[in-house]
Design a protein around this ligand. Structure first.
Ligand SMILES: [Zn+2]
Length: 287
């Protein structure tokens, strides 16, 4: 079995791309359903607490598998051949097969993005355990990025497993020594928590969500404590640029999770180059 796997090594990049397209299709489901599952969970919890009865609709199972995917407009079920990443979208001309309602371009774009990023991971790390961990990290970061951008939530159902997975990934020092991973998780959480606490003391406002602390803890667990300063610096830079490009108005809510996720992914792919670039930039600007 292992010999057979080794023979696939030369095809790491195309195989990763293909696996990425399929994973992207599943991520579309995660991105759409996890926030709905969260809200349904809260409603059920609140109603139970208040002694209220759930409606028949609220009692219906809703998870990543059930109910089956349907067109949101005409409720036509999605047929198996309509589930092929990117290809189905093109075959359907970007419209529902039954009622011709346009399908969001985001579905094929998430699939393509996942395919490309998985390929980059395989190109950088080859057919290795680090690459395998890398595709898991990439998939989780894509899901978190889109969910946070859509809803301003970074669900515990994704951030907490990402912390544990990062610690397991580095149990034998796959990416960084375990000590660095544990310190990364703790310092990642504490640094943003402290920053937020001080900000609240000074301004009386909450500047950031608790999900951001957990996401940085997860990135610390995967990438080690050493990269945290550069990671936060880069995430802030990406956040500022994104806010300017998207013309986010002052005081308007702005999701920081996508910036953290992007900075973390870039550091996973090219830590040396990025650290060198940040040091050069800070030096050149007189820090
Ligand atoms: Zn339809």
């Amino acid at each position: 079995m292992l010999d057979f796997l080794q023979e696939l090594a030369p095809f790491a990049v195309p195989l990763a791309a293909l696996f990425g397209l399929l994973t992207g299709s599943f991520l579309n489901v995660v991105i759409y359903r996890v926030p709905v599952m969260m809200e349904r969970g809260w409603t059920a919890f609140a109603k139970e607490h208040l002694g209220l009865v759930l409606t028949a609709e609220e009692r219906q199972p809703f998870n990543l598998i059930k109910p089956d995917s349907r067109c949101p407009k005409c409720h036509a079920p999605v047929k198996p051949w309509q589930n092929i990443p990117v290809v189905s979208y093109l075959l359907l001309g970007g419209k529902c097969g039954s009622c011709k309602t346009p399908i969001s371009k985001r579905y094929p774009l998430v699939e393509l993005l996942t395919g490309v990023l998985f390929a980059v991971v395989a190109w950088q790390y080859g057919w290795t355990v680090v690459a395998l961990g890398g595709v898991v990290l990439t998939a989780m970061l894509i899901a978190l990025t889109f969910i946070d951008a859509d809803t301003q939530y970074l669900p515990d159902q994704l951030t907490l497993p990402l912390v544990w997975l990062g610690l397991l990934f580095n149990l034998n020092g796959a990416f960084v020594p375990l000590t660095s991973a544990v310190l990364g998780a703790v310092c990642g959480y504490m640094s943003l928590w402290l920053l937020c606490y001080i900000y609240k003391l000074l301004t009386g406002k909450i500047g950031m969500g608790g999900g951001d602390f957990k996401l940085l803890a997860a990135l610390g667990a995967w990438l080690g404590v050493g990269v945290l300063p550069v990671l936060v610096f880069m995430a802030a830079l990406i956040g500022v640029v994104a806010a300017l490009v998207m013309r986010v108005a002052k005081g308007q809510q702005f999701a920081f999770g996508p910036s953290l996720a992007m900075a973390g992914w870039l550091i996973f792919i090219a830590n040396d180059k990025i650290t060198a670039a940040v040091k050069w930039w800070l030096g050149a600007s007189g820090f």
